[in-house]
Design a binder for this molecule. Structure first.
Ligand code: HEC
Length: 468
């Protein structure tokens, strides 16, 4: 179905391109009616492409100047025609998203007819000013930049266990994170980083802490990777509908055995996902005295490398009306048999209070192929709130709802992911293996990051009660 939709779009684009060219052929001043880089194309690239396609960013080539873009004209027409660029993987039939990267049909047609019309440069006077990427930060001038304190060496080959780095914020008052951006020291080796905020008074006795803690404390199990919301029930793990024994009904994070005490997540970087700007009036709290803990997953790439990753933060000018929080929905008990080409794994949570859901970030590794999410309301109504029919591990996207979802207490959030562990999956490192939950790319996850807020309780004596 997706295939045919894509083809229809491509065909429609060809028709537009042909029409433009033949009209140009009949016109007295053909050059004037063909789109040029300076007049029509540059504004589209600046708005939709150069955040990734510029020197030092994740895309393989820059599209900032005519000289940069000209050799790629054909390829641009192909990629935007197929809908593979800009990258976007959600099914438009379900939900609308603030960060939807898809081009309008008109913009696609312009790029395609520019390419088929010989990719002309146009008049110098038509070229708009290129966007300025202030010191390389897309979010603008940051209020603070927190950086790893060392260049961490990554070997040329082998497996690097997750590494944890602690960075003191030295904040003397609470701050509210309005936007963040993560920059890898070496994007080629950094598979992902999750930045956790450990509040100052968080080291409860018996819980593992950073280096320097007594050995006994370090061996004690640290708290959950993500702070589950108060009033949110942790899902009972299920695999393919088979209920699990109670002792398995918890997420099985290997890295929870690590020695580092972490707090809730504030930001992350994975391929395709390294910036987040929270909507007006919403922000994530960063308490005074917070220590940031970077969880780093490095993948060696054939040459020795070093990495020093940074996170830039912009603070809200005043405390927001709505405090955003993180939670996760996962099934840590997944098991994918060898060769299975469409293996289904489910996870579900029931909301213990009225909740507003702001975004969802689906995450599997390379065997993941698609996702759907349903809200099952207390009255039994079911609604597909997000569908990612062609999930791509290389593009981790936090889908931010255009209209945040109001989910009443008792609503069930149900996630389903499908995996391809067959030889037909070209990204599959080994179709003969049983696959379980694990940190490394050849293991799997069934994990969704959620950004939510708890709705204010409005009653006669608690009107406008502050969220904690
Ligand atoms: C979110 C980042 C991002 C955005 C936005 C983006 N690209 Fe890309 N683009 C990439 C990356 C990374 C690649 C490398 C291939 C891959 O990973 O899919 C790529 C590859 C390409 C290629 C193929 C290059 C080749 O080697 O053949 C073309 C063409 C392209 N992009 C054009 C565009 C155009 C045109 C836009 C805007 C309309 C755009 N891209 C927006 C990140 C991006």
């Amino acid at each position: 179905m997706i295939e045919s939709t894509t083809k229809q779009v491509a065909l429609a684009l060809c028709a537009v391109a042909v029409a433009t060219v033949s009209m140009a052929g009949q016109s007295a001043t053909p050059a004037a009616s063909a789109p040029t880089f300076n007049h029509e194309v540059a504004p589209i690239l600046y708005k939709n492409c150069t955040n990734c396609h510029r020197p030092g960013e994740i895309a393989p080539m820059s599209l900032l100047t005519y000289k940069d873009a000209r050799p790629w004209a054909k390829s641009i027409a192909t990629q935007v025609g197929k809908g593979t660029m800009p990258p976007w993987h959600a099914d438009p039939a379900h939900g609308q998203f603030l960060n939807d990267r898809r081009l309008s049909d008109a913009d696609k047609a312009t790029l395609v007819s520019w390419a088929s019309g010989g990719a002309p440069e146009g008049k110098p006077g038509d070229l708009p000013a290129a966007p300025s990427y202030d010191g390389g930060w897309t979010i603008g001038t940051p209020d603070a930049i927190f950086s790893m304190n060392e260049d961490y060496p990554i070997p040329a080959a082998g497996e690097v266990p997750y590494q944890y780095f602690e960075i003191a914020t030295n904040l003397t008052e609470d701050k509210w994170v309005q936007a963040f951006e993560v920059k890898a020291g070496d994007p080629k080796t950094l598979h992902h980083v999750i930045v956790y905020a450990r509040p100052p008074a968080a080291s409860a006795p018996g819980q593992g802490t950073a280096a320097g803690a007594p050995a006994a404390a370090r061996q004690a199990p640290p708290p959950p990777l993500f702070d589950f919301a108060p009033n949110m029930e942790i899902p009972a793990g299920q695999t393919g509908g088979r209920p699990l024994p109670p002792e398995e009904r918890k997420p099985a994070f290997k890295n929870q055995r690590g020695p580092v005490r972490i707090g809730p997540a504030v930001g992350g970087f994975a391929p395709g996902q390294f910036i987040r700007v929270y909507q007006e009036g919403t922000a994530m709290k960063l308490p005074a005295g917070t220590t940031l803990v970077f969880q780093m997953h490095y993948t060696p790439y054939g040459k020795p490398a070093t990495d020093r990753t940074r996170i830039a933060v912009k603070y809200a000018k005043q405390p927001p009306a709505t405090q955003l929080r993180w939670a996760s929905l996962q099934n840590g008990a997944l098991h994918i048999p060898p060769g299975a080409s469409d293996h289904r794994v489910d996870a579900e949570m029931t909301l213990g209070s009225d909740v507003t859901l702001w975004s969802m970030l689906p995450h599997t590794h390379v065997r993941g192929k698609r996702w759907t999410y349903e809200a099952i309301y207390p009255d039994g109504k079911r609604e597909t709130i997000l569908s990612v029919p062609n999930y791509d591990f290389n593009w981790q996207t936090d889908y931010v709802f255009k209209q945040p979802l109001k989910l009443p207490k008792g609503t069930k959030l149900h996630a389903t992911a499908w995996y391809d562990n067959s030889i037909g999956n070209r990204a599959n490192p080994d179709p003969t293996k049983d696959v379980w939950w694990g940190d490394q790319t050849w293991e799997e996850m069934m994990f969704t990051g959620l950004t939510f807020s708890i709705d204010l309780v409005k009653s006669s004596n608690t009107a406008g009660r502050e969220e904690r």
